[in-house]
Every structure is written in C-alpha cells, then in structure tokens.
Ligand binder design. Structure first.
Ligand code: KDG
Ligand code: MG
Length: 416
C-alpha cells in the first residue's frame, strides 16, 4: 500500500487552520495539523508545492523514514514553517497506521502510562477581582491547575488578558484581522499593544498573593511571561513569586537565548517551562543537559509531529524533565489529539494546556477526546480520533489574521 494523494485544506471556522489530508491507495485517510498562527499560507504552500509531490507513491507505514527524509533531504533544516509541514505529514501517517491497526494511536506509542492527563486552563481578568472570578469558575468545574494572567495598572490590552462576559465561555484568540489604513496600495497592519516590564514586575506578585489567598495552597498556579523579560528581570520575578508556590513560570525570557535561564536558576527555585516557539530537539540541548527547565512546552504541531516531539521527550526523560505541551486554540483539534495520545503514552508527562476550541471550529473538526473533572483523555476511536468535515470546512474561507505587535512606551518594538 502507498500514499496516493495529499490535499492541503485551509479553513477558517473562527480562526485559520492548515490541515493535511493523506489518502492511501487502499482508501484510508489520515489527518495532520500544520497550523502556524499568522503564517498559515507559508506552511500550506510548503506542503502543497514542495512536500506533496515527493511523497506520492511512498510506503505510508515508513513513518520514521519519511520524517528523516523530510527533515534531512531539503538541506534547509528546522524552522517553524518546515517543522509544521513535517508535523502535518507525521501526524497523518500515524493516524493512518493506528486506523489500520484499529487502535487509538496511544496504543501504538507504547500504550497508556496513566488513566488521564491533568489539564490546565487559562483564567484571566483585567483586574484581580475579575481574574479571581474566572479562577472560581474553573475550580467549580473541577480543574486543578489554572494559568493566571491579569491586567497591569496603567497598561491597556496585554498578552493573555481578556475579560469573559459574565456567564460566557472564555475564548482565547490573540490573532486578529489586520487593520487597513485606506492607503494605496492597501497596507495591512497587525494590531499594536504597549508594554512596560517594570510596571508588570511591580504588579504580578500581588496577583499571585490574591489568588493564593482566595483559593488556598492546593490549586496549581501557572503564569506565562511570553518572552518579555531580560534574564535579570526574569530572575527577579521568579524570586518574587516563589512564596506563592507557582507550578511554573513560562517563557520568562526570549526563547532563542537558552543560556538566559542560567541566571534565573541561580536566583530562584520557581519551576520553569519554555519551548512553544521551538521546533526541534536541538533548541532544547542546553536547557535539558544543564537542567535549566522543568517542563517542555512544545506541541506536536510545531515540533515535527509525534515523531519530533517524542524525540524531545525521550531526551528530556533522561534528565527527569516533564511535558507541558502547548495546547492553545491555534493548535487545531488534530494537533491537540496528537498531543493527548503522546502525553498518555510517555512516562514523563507533566501537565497539558487545554483551551477549548470554539463551537464553530468543532463543527469542522469532529473530535473524540474528552475533558472530565480537569482530566483529559484522547478517547478510544482508532487513529487520532479527529475527522475533518470537508463540506463544513469549505464554508469558512481563509481570512488574513496576525498576532499583535508589542511596543515599549518609547515606541521601540518589544517581544509580544
Ligand atoms: O500563537 C501564539 C499562541 O499560541 C501563544 O500566544 C499561546 O503563549 C501561549 C500559550 O501559552 O498558550
Ligand atoms: Mg505561552
């Protein structure tokens, strides 16, 4: 049997997703996620123009060899576009292999190491009071781990903060339609936000204090710094929140500077997580061998699929480092399912980020994973357990959407 067709589907049910459909000569269909927020069409072209023609006629069961072929043969290795494309192929081939075996994918990855995956959800509020209301809502639903993000006095819209209307579900979606300024030729500009690290550093310890005071010591509290601090600023924050026993501080420094976390480690025992913008095991080499992190934040979608992320987790496991896979809404339900199967199978699972997709997205992607009492499970459907409804997908055309640009008060561009 062999790969007969590869189709790339770009659909926008509320947000953009890139999905690869691989069909085998015996009619089995596998799905893979190649969504790269704000750069979707680059991955779609990479798959359509450069990958699909080279895979037709190949043995669909040769998953490792296909991964190595796509990684090594173009000469230009790694990078987010390449590795999202490799991920889409890899997931689709694993989906096919598990469907052929008639088993949920985790059984082909070694079987379940646990009964379910502890999830963390995003609670946010423009004020501490609103944040605490959001946390209370999740605690009532049985979640045991919550990421807390709060507005900073004096700053407007910032990363991760969005007030849900009372009673409404919180939907995380930072990518927005770029604005046009009426010029000719038309310019499309991402939205802009303003940032002040000193104000944030002054405020955040009081956020942790208030949440701990209201919810006690047991609830796991996480926070995302979104790459905005210098090493010494990050060290200051990690030390300041230590008394509130954070589960982790995520992305405190820019991701590409692995050595930056040495300084943070010298000053604090706050657990550190990083890696959502990484795409290969090499991005983790210093971080893992020097034990500078506690959690790996990559997702299957951005780190070369199940094969790529499994390499990272095997390496991390030798150093006792656990998973905290990226699971925002810009990882499609296909990528989310891949994260869950891998997380259920590996020994060194830690926690799984969970941001529910919108009802519109879930009309296009039919999922069989579940969340119950704060625990996720990929389900027992053969394969990944997610099918894309092509007719429903066709009703949602691609819409240009970009993540915001972040500037310091003096107008200089900062990390978003
Ligand atoms: O596309 C960017 C998002 O995936 C990112 O902002 C989400 O930081 C994020 C998180 O921790 O989920
Ligand atoms: Mg993050």
């Amino acid at each position: 049997m062999s790969i007969q067709r590869l189709d790339v589907i770009v659909t926008s049910p509320g947000r953009n997703f890139v999905t690869l459909k691989i069909t085998t000569s015996d009619g089995i269909i596998g799905w893979g996620d190649g969504t790269l927020n704000g750069r979707e069409l680059a991955v779609a072209s990479y798959l359509r123009d450069h990958v699909a023609p080279t895979l037709v006629g190949r043995d669909e069961s040769a998953i490792e060899q296909t991964w190595q072929y796509l990684y090594r043969s173009p000469y230009w290795r790694r990078g987010p576009v390449t590795m999202a494309a490799v991920a889409a192929v890899d997931m689709a081939l694993w989906d096919i292999a598990a469907k052929k075996a008639g088993e949920p994918l985790y059984k082909l990855l070694g079987g379940a190491s646990r009964t379910g995956l502890m999830a963390y959800v995003h609670a946010s509020g423009s004020t501490i009071e609103r944040l605490n209301d959001a946390v209370a809502g999740y605690v009532d639903q049985g979640f045991q781990a919550v990421r807390i993000q709060s507005g900073v006095p004096g700053l407007g819209q910032i990363y991760g903060v969005h007030d849900a209307a009372p009673g409404a579900a919180y939907e995380y979606e930072p990518a927005g339609r770029p604005a046009t300024d009426g010029s000719e030729p038309a310019a499309l500009r991402p939205t802009e936000e303003t940032w002040d690290t000193a104000a944030y550093l002054r405020h955040l310890p009081s956020v942790f204090a208030a949440v701990r005071e209201q919810f006690g010591g047991e609830l796991r509290l996480l926070h995302d710094g979104h790459h905005r601090m210098s090493p010494i600023e990050a060290a200051k924050l990690a030390k300041a929140i230590e008394p509130y026993d954070p589960f982790w501080l995520e992305d405190c420094t820019p991701g590409e500077d692995q050595a930056a976390l040495r300084l943070v480690r010298q000053h604090s025992v706050t657990p550190l997580a990083i890696g959502e913008v990484f795409n290969s095991v090499h991005d983790y080499q210093t971080l893992i061998t020097e034990r500078l992190i506690d959690y790996v934040r990559s997702s299957t979608t951005h780190a070369g699929g199940i094969t790529g992320l499994r390499q990272i987790m095997t390496f991390a496991g030798i150093y006792g480092i656990r998973s905290g896979f990226h699971g925002p809404t810009d990882v499609s339900p296909v990528g989310m399912a891949a994260n869950l199967h891998l997380g259920l199978a590996i020994h060194n699972f830690g926690i799984q980020e969970y941001m529910p997709h919108s009802a519109t997205a879930l009309e296009v992607f039919r999922t069989s994973y579940s969340v119950d009492g704060g625990m996720l499970h990929p389900g027992e459907t053969p394969g990944l357990g997610v099918e894309l409804d092509e007719q429903a997908a066709a009703a949602h055309e691609y819409v240009p959407a970009y993540l915001p640009v972040n500037r310091l008060r003096d107008g200089s561009v900062h990390d978003w």
